[in-house]
Design a protein around this ligand. Structure first.
Ligand code: PLP
Length: 432
């Protein structure tokens, strides 16, 4: 399989090139030249084995294909259970059982494993630079922690991530350094982008970004949709419908790809917070990215979802694109109400992002919808204790992996939202 850019400005490249680069040189996003169809009647025994089956066609022709079993075993070594909600036929697809308690662990671990495999012994240390509003940075840091040949620099906006998120980011040590930036998430992103396009910096430093538009983060996410849908289909003989809490559209796009690969997935509904560029567009409006609005579901605070460019590439026509997806907007008041009511209504305590999905489920059911819905649970509620605990009225215990990180000392270095300061920091200790 070869990969092309959504901007059409490059000749097809191999999987290795697309995985290592992140962004295509013409500024576009890498997409597979065609979406492969897989013939799978049932899930494999483990998530890792299903992952191997659905990812194999994307690795066809690559030297990495032979390593795919080990890459999948290493990245998909914690479960993604489909858990029935109380008293209904609805499900949660729980994707938060990894080391940093959010779905991004799967893809970050797969990408880290792949980049480590692509490394040659003589290569210089690669600096992985990530801007984060909380979850991405932790997942990427955990995935690269103590991997020889890599160092990670995580930039987060000081005071604007939850206290537990900040603690986790600062808890790794070794080859991971957390930087608390005196600025917003947008400032952090701007600094990372500036570094990535700084040619004279890149001459002295091997730099990559592991950001959410990287192909190596998109593809592995197909696995859990495939595994859950095949499991449901085997038991019930029907496709499974998904409600996906959506920000940058990466997770939902993987679901869409899984359906296009022939897996038994029915409807896909995007659950968005007040950042509603996608609901507006899918309801017939123009596609108009906007300034980001801060909400309780902060990992979904995205005004201009990057992966929309990939969807567009597959569906240049509005009608075709709109036919396969729906989206709903959920505001902060509804998020609060859903979190407060969820223990009673559904028997679960959701994180604010999962609550956006649950709210959409409630709306669909109230309107008489008879789908077989699974709401994607994107993070563990204990990561967002400041929002969740007052609403449900009790403490939410962190899962074991998160508790371990929280028990470590944490350290973050202060950084001004100033590119010269970041550049100097990046070069400290390099060649001299
Ligand atoms: C990143 C994230 C999302 C949004 O996922 P996208 O792939 O950006 O759409 C939703 N929930 C949580 C908890 C996240 O960390």
């Amino acid at each position: 399989m070869n990969y092309v850019s959504t901007r059409g400005g490059i000749a097809p490249v191999s999987l290795e090139v697309a995985m290592a680069a992140g962004l295509a040189p013409d500024g576009g996003l890498y997409v597979p030249q065609r979406v492969p169809v897989v013939e799978l009647a049932r899930p494999q025994a483990t998530l890792a084995q299903t992952a191997q089956q659905v990812l194999a066609p994307y690795f066809a022709g690559s030297d990495l294909l032979g390593h795919l079993p080990q890459l999948c075993e290493a990245a998909f070594d914690f479960p993604a259970p489909l858990r029935a909600l109380d008293g209904t036929d609805d499900y949660l697809l729980e994707l938060f059982h990894g080391p940093t308690a959010a779905f991004k662990d799967y893809a970050a671990r797969f990408l880290a494993g792949t980049l480590a495999r692509l490394r040659r012994p003589a290569d210089p240390t690669t600096t992985v630079l990530v801007a984060t509003s909380g979850d991405t940075g932790a997942a990427v840091a955990a995935a690269f922690h103590r991997r020889p040949g890599f160092r990670v620099l995580v930039l987060y906006p000081d005071g604007r991530v939850s206290p537990r998120q900040a603690h986790v980011l600062g808890s790794f040590g070794d080859n991971v350094q957390a930087m608390r930036v005196d600025g917003s998430f947008d400032d952090c992103q701007r600094l990372v982008k500036q570094a990535l396009v700084d040619a004279s910096l890149r001459e002295r430093l091997a730099l990559t970004s592991a950001n959410s538009i990287s192909l190596g983060r998109l593809l592995p996410q197909i696995a859990y949709y495939a595994h859950a849908a095949l499991d449901f289909h085997t038991r019930r003989g029907m496709p499974l419908d998904f409600i996906v809490p959506t920000g940058n559209l990466g997770n939902a796009l993987a679901c869409w790809l899984a359906r296009r690969m022939g897996l038994p997935i029915g409807a896909i509904v995007l659950a968005c917070n007040a950042n509603d560029a996608l609901p507006r567009y899918l309801d017939g409006g123009d596609y108009a990215p906007r300034a980001t609005e801060a909400t309780l579901a902060n990992a979904m605070d995205v005004g201009a979802p990057s992966n929309f460019e990939r969807l567009r590439w597959w569906h240049p026509d509005d009608a075709g694109l709109r036919a396969g997806l729906r989206a709903f907007r959920v505001d902060d008041a509804a998020i609060r109400d859903t979190i407060a009511g969820a223990p009673q209504r559904h028997g679960v305590v959701p994180c604010p992002h999962t609550a956006v999905g649950l709210r959409v489920l409630e709306r669909l059911r109230a309107g008489g919808d008879a789908g077989n819905w699974a709401v994607v649970a994107t993070a563990h509620p204990a990561k967002f204790e400041g929002v969740v605990e007052p609403l449900v009225g009790h403490a939410v215990e962190p899962p074991a992996a998160l508790a371990t990180a929280l028990a470590q000392p944490a350290h973050a270095q202060a950084l001004a939202a100033d590119y010269a300061a970041l550049r100097e920091h990046l070069l400290r200790g390099v060649d001299a």
